[in-house]
Design a protein. Structure first.
Length: 397
């Protein structure tokens, strides 16, 4: 399994937050489809935003890696007013709008991942379903599947992965980093198969004898330890959920990002199948800058898109509990930590080749030991491109 799929463990943690939250979700609307807006004439669409003229599919299909959440906000920002919600299929379809609500002449359909696709990788879903235009990927997944399901990422949806190891500062007041945990024999709970763990062990940051791959996403084992264990999570979710909504714990958590240990992989990249890149190029030249700007717009004013995200969570009703408090915390954390942020060159969504090359160097030998076949001579150019990125688009201070 891959680190990019570790969002799948969060459903169990969220489902454990308590009866009160479950009742809140159940009290919302049942998730029937709303009326879709009538198609808008493309005659007056600005040339830069005219995706229909650029040859984009009439419906741009985006396959996500999990249920709707704030980390996906920049993409849900693209959905125009009055979209159609298909609760059974776990997807929402509406006019694809650019900055300022400008209609682009095509629709966007965003599909939930994780439980909605049987916890399959997004890569496998893209190769199984040819109607999917774009998918959420991570560089670890791309490297692992480079020989069998090759993909090219055209935009970095997140600059930094929110993956963390967290612990109780009350029980471990002297810990500040994951390396501090490795100086002890404290158990570290993680989801078996996470690609960052062989790296942490290989670098001597953690000991093989202390890591425990039985983590199932719930806080039960951690709580039973009295907060003595350390446990994986996402900076944008668990520290808030566990300290606010998990009644059996309800105490602060401290953490370090996996990225800060040197395993700085890209997560939630926007990618296409490699064999579709050439045909989609005219579309991507206009679509990618629109997607860059949508992230900027969402971070600046997330309220309306958060409303849609919460509406979708309620409509899909598959056990994923997500509150306004969690969404607000996620946005604040993404801004504070630079999880959504500019690349070193100041451009939102751009890839740094040296960073990708470092990840290839880390993961290729790990995957070889695991029996995974990666593309021989794999380079950053094989899996990422900045060809479609508009360098003038960035998050402002």
């Amino acid at each position: 399994m891959l680190t990019t799929r570790r969002r799948s463990v969060r459903i169990a943690a969220a489902a454990a937050v308590g009866t009160a939250l479950a009742l809140t979700a159940a009290a919302c609307s049942s998730g029937g489809s709303s009326s879709a807006a009538a198609p808008v004439s493309t005659a007056n669409i600005p040339a830069a935003d005219n995706l229909k003229a650029a040859g984009c599919p009439s419906t741009v299909v985006l396959q996500t890696d999990w249920d709707p959440e704030a980390e996906h906000g920049g993409q849900y920002q693209l959905v125009g007013p009055n979209p159609t919600i298909n609760a059974g299929a776990k997807e929402v379809t509406g006019e694809l709008v650019a900055h300022g609500g400008v209609d682009t002449g095509v629709q966007i359909q965003i599909r939930a991942g994780g439980p909605a696709i049987g916890y399959q990788t997004v890569s496998s879903q893209m190769y199984k379903d040819s109607s999917i235009t774009l998918g959420y990927l991570g560089t670890d997944e791309q490297i692992a599947l480079s020989a069998t399901q090759p993909t090219v990422a055209v935009m970095a949806g997140l600059e930094i992965s929110p993956q963390i190891i967290q612990w109780s500062p009350q029980e471990h007041p002297t810990w500040n980093t994951i390396a501090d945990i490795g100086k002890t024999n404290t158990p570290v709970l993680y989801y078996q198969g996470a690609s960052y763990m062989p790296y942490l062990i290989g670098k001597g940051i953690l000991k093989a004898s202390q890591v425990n791959g039985s983590y199932d996403g719930t806080p039960s084992v951690f709580v039973a330890s009295g907060g003595q264990d350390a446990v994986q999570g996402f900076a944008t979710a668990e520290p808030y959920i566990w300290s606010h909504d998990v009644q059996s714990w309800d105490k602060p958590m401290k953490y370090e990002l996996i990225a800060d240990t040197g395993f700085n992989f890209y997560q939630q990249e926007i990618a296409v199948r490699k064999d579709k890149l050439a045909a989609l190029t005219p579309c991507l030249k206009k679509l990618v800058p629109i997607m860059q700007q949508a992230i900027v717009d969402y971070i600046a004013n997330p309220a309306s898109t958060e409303k849609l995200i919460l509406q979708l969570v309620t409509a899909y009703n598959n056990g994923w509990v997500y509150t306004q408090g969690t969404a607000n915390y996620a946005v604040t954390t993404m801004k504070k930590l630079g999880i959504v942020g500019n690349a070193p060159d100041g451009t939102l969504g751009a890839f740094t080749d040296s960073r990708v090359q470092q990840l290839i160097g880390i993961l290729a030998p790990i995957y070889a030991k695991q029996g995974k076949q990666t593309l021989t001579g794999l380079t950053p150019a094989d899996i990422v491109t900045n060809e479609f990125i508009d360098p003038s688009i960035s998050l402002k201070s």
